[in-house]
Design a protein around this ligand. Structure first.
Ligand SMILES: Cc1cc2nc3c(=O)[nH]c(=O)nc-3n(C[C@H](O)[C@H](O)[C@H](O)COP(=O)(O)OP(=O)(O)OC[C@H]3O[C@@H](n4cnc5c(N)ncnc54)[C@H](O)[C@@H]3O)c2cc1C
Length: 478
C-alpha cells in the first residue's frame, strides 16, 4: 500500500525576500537572538531540511515557530519520496510515553560490539531503566500532543482540506484517535514491569490497572490470562500520513501568515521532491543543513559507516472485518498492546504490527505476497493470543518501513542529535550540518520535543542546547 499524499508533492513557494549578506553576520559569531532589527533588510537565513518524516517536519515547524521576530527565514525541505515517504508514513501511529519491554528484550537487541561497550558498564542502570517512563517521557509526551493538536487544527477547517485537494470523505477521517491503549499482562515479567509503570505514571498519561471483567467492558473478547490488564486512557493512535499532511499544512499556514503581515519578517517554505545524493551538494546554498533521513542516513557518503545505527524492517498487516460479520469492534474500544499490537482505525478496520527484521536494508513501503504471508504467520498468533476475534478479520494489504535503531545507553535507546560538521568534512566552512536521526521504534513520541531542541540549537548555532544524553553517541565514534 503506497503512502498517499501526492497532492502535497508539488513545489510550494512564497515570494523571496530581499537578499543581503546574512552569512557575514553569521561569521561574526553572533547568535540569532543577538541580531538587531536592522537585519530585516538582510538576505533570509536559509536552512535545508533533508527528509519529511516525523523528524524533518517537526524541525521545520519549530524553525518557523521559534525564528526570532527580527529575522527573515527560508526553509527548503527535500524529500525523495514526499511527505511521509519513509518509516513515519507507514508506522503504526501508537503513542504513549512508557517503555513496554523489559530489560531482557533490550539486551537481546544489542549486537556483540554494543554489548562490549554498554553491558558491563551500564547493566545496573539497565535493570532500573526497564520499569520507568521512557527517557524524558514527560517532555516528549507533552510536546508530541502539542504537535498533534497543531496538525489537527490545520486540517480542521474545510478550507484547509480543499487547499490540499482533499475530498469531503477524507475530511472526516481521524488524525488522532483518542480511545486509549489496553495492555493485558501475558506473563509475570510484564505484570511486574507494568505494575511498576502504573505506580509511577504521569498524571497526563494515566495507567489504570484492571481485572478481566473491566477489560472486557472495553473490548468484549479480550483475553487476560493473568486477570490483570493495564489501560492507558490518555494514550492515542494516529493516522501518520494524515498527521504529517496536517503538520506540513500548519507549516505552510505559518509562512503564509508571515507573508501577509506588512513590514514584518518573512518566512518562506519550499518543498522539493528530490533525492540528495551527498550533503556537500547543498554547500554554498544554505546556512545550515539538517539531516532527518531516518534509516537512509547510511546511504549519504559523508555519513556512511560512521553512525552507530542499526536498521530493522517492520511489516504491518491491514485487516478488515468482512461485511457478513455483524459484531464489529467497539466504536470507543482502545488499541491493544501485546507481543503484537493492534492499532484500531475504526470499528471494522485495524492494523497489526509489527515484524522485526534486523539488518535489513530494504526501506521500500511495498510488501511482496511472500513477505506479507510470512508477516501474517508471525503476527496473527500473537494478536489472537490477546484478541481471538481477529480470526474473523480479513487481510487487505501490508505496508513496511525501515527503522533506524540507536544504541542502548543508560537512558535507553535515545535518538542521535547534534552538529555533524566533523563527519561531513573540512570543506563545510560556511554551512553547519546537523543530524536528527535514530528515532528507533518510538519516533512519534520523540519527534516533538527533540524537533524543538534541534530547531533551537540550529537557530542559535549552539549544540549545547541539546542535552548531552542525545549527543553522547559522538563519543562512540571518536
Ligand atoms: C513498521 C513500523 C511501525 C512503527 N510504529 C510506530 C509506532 O506505532 N509508534 C512510534 O512512535 N513509532 C513507530 N515506528 C517508528 C517510527 O516510524 C520511526 O521512529 C520514525 O518514522 C522515524 O522518523 P524519521 O523522520 O527519522 O524517518 P523517516 O520517517 O524514515 O523519514 C525520512 C525521510 O527522508 C527521506 N529521505 C531519505 N533519504 C533521502 C535522501 N537522500 N534525499 C532526500 N530524502 C531522503 C525519506 O523519503 C523519508 O521521507 C514504526 C516503524 C516501523 C517501521
Amino acid at each position: 500500500m503506497p503512502p498517499s499524499g501526492k497532492s502535497l508533492l508539488t513545489d510550494w513557494t512564497f515570494p523571496a525576500v530581499v537578499h543581503g549578506d546574512w552569512r557575514a553576520l553569521r561569521r561574526s559569531r553572533r547568535t540569532t537572538s543577538q541580531v538587531s532589527v536592522s537585519s530585516l533588510s538582510q538576505r533570509p537565513l536559509r536552512y535545508a531540511v533533508v527528509g519529511a518524516g516525523f523528524a524533518g517536519l517537526s524541525v521545520v515547524w519549530h524553525l518557523l515557530k521559534h525564528c526570532p521576530k527580527e529575522l527573515h527565514l527560508r526553509v527548503d525541505i527535500y524529500d525523495e519520496a514526499g511527505i511521509g515517504g519513509g518509516a513515519s508514513g507507514v508506522s503504526g501511529g501508537l503513542l504513549h510515553p512508557y517503555s513496554p519491554k523489559g530489560s531482557r528484550h533490550l539486551l537481546l537487541m544489542m549486537n556483540a560490539k554494543l554489548l562490549d561497550i554498554f553491558y558491563f558498564r551500564f547493566l545496573p542502570f539497565i535493570q532500573i531503566l526497564a520499569v520507568k517512563l521512557l527517557w524524558r517521557g514527560a517532555e516528549c509526551w507533552k510536546e508530541c500532543l502539542k504537535l498533534l493538536n497543531i496538525a489537527e487544527a490545520a486540517l480542521g477547517s474545510k478550507e484547509s482540506n480543499l487547499e490540499v485537494g482533499e475530498s469531503d470523505q477524507t475530511f472526516s477521517e481521524f488524525v488522532v484517535r483518542r480511545r486509549g491503549i489496553l495492555r493485558p499482562a501475558t506473563n509475570t515479567k510484564t505484570l511486574n514491569l507494568l505494575n511498576d509503570n502504573a505506580q509511577n505514571c504521569l498524571s497526563s498519561c494515566r495507567i489504570e490497572t484492571m481485572d478481566t471483567d473491566a477489560a472486557r467492558n472495553l473490548v468484549p473478547d479480550i483475553c487476560v490470562p493473568l486477570n490483570t490488564a493495564f489501560y492507558m486512557p490518555d494514550a492515542v493512535n494516529i493516522r501518520p500520513q494524515r498527521y504529517l499532511q496536517g503538520l506540513f499544512l500548519a507549516c505552510k499556514n505559518l509562512a503564509k501568515e508571515s507573508a501577509s503581515g506588512f513590514g514584518e519578517r518573512q518566512l518562506i517554505l519550499h518543498l522539493h521532491q528530490k533525492s540528495i545524493s551527498n550533503l556537500l551538494e547543498l554547500e554554498g546554498e544554505y546556512d545550515a543543513v539538517i539531516v532527518c533521513v531516518g534509516a537512509k542516513a547510511d546511504t549519504l557518503p559523508e555519513l556512511s559507516g560512521k553512525l552507530p545505527l542499526r536498521t530493522c524492517r517492520g511489516v504491518i498487516a491491514c485487516m478488515q472485518l468482512p461485511e457478513n460479520i455483524r459484531e464489529d469492534y467497539p466504536e470507543n474500544g482502545p488499541s491493544i498492546l501485546s507481543d503484537a499490537w493492534l492499532a484500531v482505525q475504526g470499528s471494522r478496520s485495524l492494523l497489526i504490527g509489527s515484524t522485526w527484521e534486523w539488518k535489513s536494508r530494504n526501506s521500500s513501503p511495498y510488501v511482496s505476497a511472500d513477505e506479507a504471508f510470512k508477516a501474517l504467520e508471525e503476527l496473527l498468533p500473537k494478536a489472537s493470543a490477546v484478541y481471538p476475534g481477529i480470526k474473523s478479520w480479513c487481510f487487505t494489504g501490508a505496508r513496511a518501513g525501515l527503522r533506524a535503531m540507536p544504541p542502548l545507553t543508560p537512558n535507553g535507546s535515545v535518538p542521535l542529535l547534534g552538529c555533524i560538521d566533523d563527519l561531513v568534512g573540512e570543506n563545510s566552512s560556511s554551512c553547519k550540518y546537523w543530524l536528527f536521526g535514530g528515532l528507533g521504534s518510538r519516533g512519534l513520541l520523540y519527534h516533538g520535543w527533540l524537533g524543538k531542541l534541534m530547531a533551537q540549537a540550529v537557530l542559535s548555532c549552539n549544540e549545547h542546547i541539546i542535552p548531552s544524553e542525545l549527543t553522547s553517541w559522538k563519543n562512540i565514534i571518536r
